[in-house]
Design a protein around this ligand. Structure first.
Ligand code: ATP
Ligand code: MG
Length: 473
């Protein structure tokens, strides 16, 4: 991705200019540095050349070469949620800090160490949203969308978390999420998972993701379990890693998904949440599993799956992949029946998920499933001859009128035929249309195939339109 480019030359440059004085002796000593020439330039011209400003670490540009994949992904997501009758909701990117503290929970990674929180000019504490569910619930309550109603909503957009940037983990990243209110399930939980399964099929990654499923029961059931778990963990207190020791009392369920091998070994003999669940919770889980079985969706029950945010109950699930290294969770979600009330609304059952779009895009790139995603231009119009530009533009506009979906780039800036063809090739177009003086006089255009799909031919404009219309289908 773009980040890795910047981590290369760009990052070296910025590090150098930052520590220019320190780097200088090494430079004189001729210590090998692949960017010597460039750093020399930055160092010695810093007084009269404006310093290059870089994007914030972990916040990526989506460059023109990458945006077709993103557009394709976004288009597919929109199409699928529409096919389930869900409606889009767009929330602000900034909210009051205590919304996230109250919704996500004080003792979570996100609230403890990842939020971008700042004071605005009025002295109010605001936070760049680290996730969408809290804002969606806030909006739902504020506008009376949830009271005694069913709502099926989705959103897509940037989220912000101050984490250590690495592959699949960024400080500004994008989530696509779905939130459904007013339905107890487990049928709606199953539908949500079917929707995600449909996404994987459409993206062609269904064989590279696997569904992990668990139930967290209700909060009373968890409270009883919590005591049993803490009592068990206390016997091993000194062997737990620092994070788990800290969480043991503040948020003991989080110890279950500790990454430490020793902690996982200790947990083998730990009491199970399953044994503390009542009939209703178990029936909900069984109901969900039956619906998934009949839909042919495979899953693995993972009793250690607890999810990082506090608001979940009953169903929790994650779609994980092994093709992204450590950042293996592509999509995660679950039921959060208590959140609406916790944020000041009437008690309303709810279930949702969020997907990391960067992780999905990375998967498509890693698995080379982005090959058929078209570049931005289909046809390049070359115009050769004195005063041909006005005829050229007329032709281009006529083509756009007739073929609104055609992506046509007109040559601008003059230059000979060879130069224009080079531009045509670089544009990614598969067809060059050539308008020379004789073509212009005869109401014709020459078609040249740039990717070897046929012979060059000169046709009347109407015939060209008909031909492009067929190709565009
Ligand atoms: P992780 O365990 O990877 O930190 P999480 O449990 O914090 O994930 P959620 O809050 O459940 O993640 O967010 C849902 C999805 O959003 C994740 O499964 C992932 O695909 C994506 N996501 C979360 N944090 C990031 C990030 N910093 N950069 C890119 N994608 C992210
Ligand atoms: Mg996280």
């Amino acid at each position: 991705m773009a980040r890795s480019d910047r981590e290369g030359l760009g990052a070296s440059l910025s590090r150098f200019s930052h520590h220019a004085a320190l780097e200088l002796p090494r430079f004189y000593l001729g210590v090998e540095n692949p960017y010597n020439a460039a750093t020399f330039h930055v160092f010695f011209s810093s007084s009269n050349v404006a310093k290059q400003i870089q994007a914030i670490r972990g916040m990526n540009d989506c460059l023109p070469e990458q945006s077709p994949v993103w557009q394709k992904v976004e288009q597919t997501l929109r199409q699928v949620v529409a096919s389930y009758g869900y409606s889009e909701v767009r929330m602000p990117i900034v909210e009051q800090t205590h919304l996230f503290k109250r919704a996500i929970g004080e003792v979570t990674d996100v609230v403890e160490k990842e939020m971008y929180t700042f004071e605005d000019r009025n002295g109010d504490s605001l936070t760049l949203r680290p996730e969408g569910t809290a804002s969606c619930v806030r909006a739902g309550i504020e506008h009376g969308l949830l009271y005694n109603q069913e709502r099926r909503m989705w959103y897509m957009g940037p989220m912000f978390r101050h984490e250590r940037p690495q592959k699949g983990r960024y400080r500004q990243f994008h989530q696509f999420g779905v939130e459904l209110f007013g339905i107890n399930g487990p049928d709606i939980d199953a539908e949500l998972i079917m929707l995600t399964h449909r996404l994987w099929r459409l993206f062609g990654i269904q064989d590279h993701v696997c569904l992990q499923l668990n139930t967290l029961g209700q909060s009373e059931e968890r409270a009883a379990y919590r005591d049993a778990l803490v009592a068990y963990l206390e016997q091993y207190k000194d062997e737990l890693d620092e994070d788990s020791q800290r969480r043991m009392y503040s948020n003991p369920l989080r110890v279950l998904d500790s990454k430490s091998e020793r902690v996982q070994e200790i947990l083998v003999g730990a009491p199970r949440l399953f044994d503390h669940l009542g009939e209703e919770s178990l029936a909900h889980f069984e109901g969900l599993k039956t619906l998934l079985d009949t839909a042919g969706i495979q899953y693995e029950v993972n009793e250690r799956l607890v999810r990082g945010l506090d608001y979940y109950n009953l169903t929790v699930f994650e779609w994980v992949t092994s093709s992204l290294g450590a950042q293996g969770t592509v999509l995660a979600g679950g039921r959060y029946d208590g959140l609406v009330e916790q944020l000041g609304g009437q008690a309303t059952p709810a279930v949702g998920f969020a997907m990391g779009i960067e992780r999905l895009v990375l998967m498509l790139e890693t698995l080379e499933l982005n090959a058929d995603i078209r570049p931005g231009v289909d046809v390049y119009l070359a115009m050769v001859g004195e005063g041909i530009a006005s005829a050229g533009f007329q032709l281009a506009e006529r083509l756009r009128d007739a073929l609104p979906d055609l992506r046509l780039m007109s040559h601008c800036g003059g230059g000979n035929f060879k130069k224009q063809l080079k531009r045509a090739d670089k544009s990614g177009a598969s067809i060059a249309l050539i308008l020379g003086e004789s073509e212009a006089q005869n109401g014709e255009v020459t078609i040249k195939y740039l990717r070897g799909q046929g012979e060059q031919q000169t046709l009347k404009v109407d015939a060209v339109i008909a031909l492009l219309a067929v190709k565009g289908e």
